[in-house]
Design a protein around this ligand. Sequence first.
Ligand code: IMP
Length: 442
Amino acid sequence: MSNIVVVGVQWGDEGKGKIVDLLTESADVVARYQGGHNAGHTVMIRNEKFILHVIPSGILHKGKTCIIGNGVVIDPKSLIEEIEGLKSRKIAIGKNLYISGRAHVIMPYHTMLDGKNEQAKGNKKIGTTGRGIGPAYVDKMSRVGFRMIDLLDSRGFKEKLKANLSDVNFLLEKKYHNTRLRPERVYSEYMRYADYLSPFITDAVVLVNNLIDKGKDVLFEGAQGTLLDIDHGTYPYVTSSSASAGGVCTGLGVSPKKIDGIVGVMKAYTTRVGGGPFPTELTDKLGEDIRLKGGEYGATTGRPRRCGWLDFVSLKHAIRINGFTSIALTKLDVLDEVDKLKVCTAYTYEDPYKRCECSKKGVACKFTDMPQDANVLEACKPVYKELPGWKTNTQGVKKLKDLPKQARAYIDYISESLNVNIDIISTGQRRDEVVVLKNPFK
Ligand code: IMP
């Protein structure tokens, strides 16, 4: 029996969908613990592409139990569309999907406020997905949010909605010069969603813990990535939930004692979507080539992703926070045509305020640990080590020995420098395009 967490090591979009899908074969249960429909997990099955937003990827496998935990925020309209979309593609959904009654609900005003808040930030905007994620978590923390269980109490829902909308409408009208939201309209819309979703709503804490106690293998599916974590990411350019491994305990009500392994999904290079510092970003033709070859466009919003070299300083930070027991390295084949690879081993930084000892001595500061301040990170310059590329097609390689020696040297360099076990290497989009050296469930 094993319970394994799968977490993104960078700024999300590392290819977690494929790794979760691969590992789901060995699991009985797949449970999501944070985020919402800002996530987009792409899974290729045979030549069919599935993009999942809030439903765990395990839904694509027969006989697996999928759980959406209390740490997730749910837009009922989008979830219903996702369910219907999957059903129309012959994916059975019924007693294989459960939603925590404690999960918070995204309301129409959350989505509106997400857009308005971003607009108001001008060039300091975060570049959110515009799905209402941040405002929904704000209401959760302010203790005025709706939970899925509230959808089942129509009278209570109506009263609370009236109270919430009086504040929200004040903001919409006075600050944003928007029209008011009408409580009756929101109420009847959400009661329709309640009718549809009520069979899925359960006490997921009891459910997941009972399944663990019965000896079932559970895969905890993370969304986004460690550098987007609300506490440990590049704040404020982050999402509003705990994307790193610690989120499992709060986002599902599972004790850390019950977690047996933590798999970090790491792309062989780095991408980021939205605003915020990215020291190893490639703004030249090579960055564009990587974006094209890697299909680096957001699965949820279609936005082009910013691409860059692997960054050991931020990876070390992610490794420290999550304590990965193994790493799945993805999209290695995207680097096939690159002549020379670069890996960032440290940052240099010139302090404009001359506060630190280095600047007093007239030399640049050197960071091997990630600075806490996004403004400092923004001004950091990467120090690179160069490694030879392999200039060979690796797509679909399934055995380590079949990878070119420069590709193996790149993998060994990452593994040794960061002191991590790289147990899975993904060499293409399809489920079978992968080298599995060790299955974390076995
Ligand atoms: P939010 O989660 O929509 O509030 O967006 C906050 C930041 O997280 C923005 O930079 C988004 O682009 C980023 N983000 C949110 N979800 C994902 C994801 O699934 N992959 C990559 N970036 C994401």
